[in-house]
Design a protein around this ligand. Structure first.
Ligand code: FES
Length: 259
């Protein structure tokens, strides 16, 4: 920082900016090799919003490498840069969990990321740069997937209603991929109840546990796939449904069994 602010040479110890950048890059590379969950470290110049250093895993076979000068990008239009520039010292920006983008396009094959960033201040109190860590969220989401109980399914949704984890991966990150799949459309009774602040009983949300078993008071629903364990034919004949698997065909009223 001192070297760059002084025009290329550190006024305290005479070390050039190039040497400082090399040291910093080596430090980033070592840290990235030691932390597989991190996808990249990046330092951005607050003045022109251009990357000063980026160390990522784009080398052969995913090797850690230092992005060459020609690949360094402007991040000025990115939300993570803009939002971090508004922060005070010590504050951290955490991005939404979304698919990684490079040069404003979603990278393929798709992979989910989270960005954390913090501003770096110069001695004069102005923001000198922004430091960004990109986290590869694939291992974390895979752990969530594999934690489903036997016979159960796990769904994770974001605040837009997009699936981040779905038994059918093709339904994940729908808004970003142009294949929007809103959990509210899939689980209408549950969504209505939760939106209304009603503590509706539910568990697996996939027709396997029976926790959401309810009376269909009136109306008509179609039932999506469920297990006999969760709802027997005899219960269905008595007018019981699973709220998590019921798709209403008309205005319908339901009441859960404890009501
Ligand atoms: S929540 Fe488990 S069957 Fe509906």
């Amino acid at each position: 920082m001192r070297a760059r602010l002084a025009g290329g040479v550190d006024t305290v110890n005479g070390v050039s900016e190039a040497i400082w950048l090399e040291r910093l890059t080596n430090g980033f590379s070592g840290a990235l090799r030691a932390k597989p969950v991190y996808a990249s470290f990046c330092l951005i110049d607050a003045g022109d919003a251009r990357e000063i250093i980026r160390v990522d895993r784009s080398g052969p076979n995913g090797e850690v490498r230092n992005a060459p000068e020609a690949e360094l990008q402007s991040e000025g239009e990115q939300a993570h840069f803009k939002e971090t520039m508004k922060l005070a010292a010590g504050e951290i920006y955490v991005s939404p969990l979304d698919l990684n983008r490079e040069s404003s396009a979603t990278e393929t094959p798709y992979w989910p990321t989270l960005r954390m960033a913090t501003p770096i201040f110069a001695p004069n109190g102005k923001v000198f740069g922004v430091f960004i860590v990109t986290v590869d969220m694939r291992p974390a989401l895979d752990r969530v997937r594999s934690s489903a109980p036997e016979g159960g399914q796990i769904y994770v949704v974001n605040d837009r209603g997009d699936y981040l984890v779905h038994p059918n991966p093709a339904r994940e990150f729908g808004t970003e991929l142009g294949t929007r799949a809103d959990w509210r459309a899939d689980f209408p009774f549950l969504a209505t109840a939760l939106d209304a602040g009603i503590s509706y009983p539910f568990g697996c949300q996939s027709g396997n546990c029976g926790a959401c078993k309810s009376h269909l008071v009136n109306g008509e629903v179609a039932m999506e796939g469920y297990s006999e364990f969760a709802l027997s034919d005899e219960e269905k004949a008595r007018g019981l449904i699973l709220a998590c698997r019921a798709v209403p065909w008309q205005d319908s009223d339901v009441a859960w069994l404890e009501a």
